[in-house]
Design a protein around this ligand. Structure first.
Ligand code: 3PG
Length: 206
């Protein structure tokens, strides 16, 4: 099944775990733990050698939507289309990447950190963006300011978001979901502590 970017952003509980997974064998139990905790839209960053294989493995878990993060070039987008990723997210945007994101058959969510970057994306036909790095780029106050001149633009802020502040973001009309790595700490993943990860996911859903 193919999703639209709006469906990805509102498909489930609006917290998207941002994952960096080194071992392919962790993919399925990790996706199962997050799903059991209530989080079913997963961003697997292309920051590890295993990332593409992890996405393929997670896609065998029923009921989860699995996309890639840290996408920076067209070659990665083409490979993600080949393996059937559900979506892709970038940490920034270049004209070439914005163009390439239009040509793939799944939603691409480019990131912006400023109004001018957003306007370049709007010119290319995008109206949903990751806002990255959210906390360092003005956080909730910046998103509130964006809503005045650009009321129809939607955001998924990530970067510096945690259990302590994610609800402040979700309270904004122009924020459809938030992303963050806090749900899956590296030590919990290294120790394959699936019950702790499930519990952290559950806490993000409270
Ligand atoms: C991302 O790639 O979206 C961010 O690195 C996630 O940021 P965080 O680690 O501060 O949650």
């Amino acid at each position: 099944m193919k999703y639209s970017v709006e469906q990805i952003m509102t498909a489930a509980y609006p917290v998207m775990p941002v994952l960096a997974v080194n071992r392919v064998e962790d993919a399925v139990p990790l996706a199962e733990a997050l799903k059991a905790g209530g989080l079913t839209v997963l961003e697997v960053t292309l920051r590890t050698e295993a990332a593409m294989a992890v996405i393929e493995a997670m896609k065998t878990v029923e009921g989860v939507i699995v996309g890639a993060g840290t996408v920076t070039n067209e070659t990665q987008l083409i490979e993600l289309q080949r393996i059937g990723a559900d979506f892709a997210i970038s940490p920034g945007a270049t004209p070439r990447l914005l163009e390439a994101g239009k040509a793939v058959d799944f939603p691409f969510l480019p990131a912006i950190a400023s109004v001018s970057e957003m306007m370049q994306g709007l010119e290319m036909g995008y109206s949903s963006f990751k806002f990255f790095p959210a906390e360092a780029s003005g956080g909730v106050a910046a998103l509130k300011s964006f809503a005045g001149p650009f009321p129809n633009v939607s955001f998924c802020p990530t970067g510096g978001i945690s259990i302590a502040n994610f609800k402040d973001y979700l309270a904004l009309d122009n924020v459809k979901c938030v992303g963050g790595s806090w749900v899956v700490p590296a030590d919990a993943l290294n120790q394959q502590d699936w019950s702790r990860i499930e519990q952290l996911a559950r806490e993000a859903c409270l």
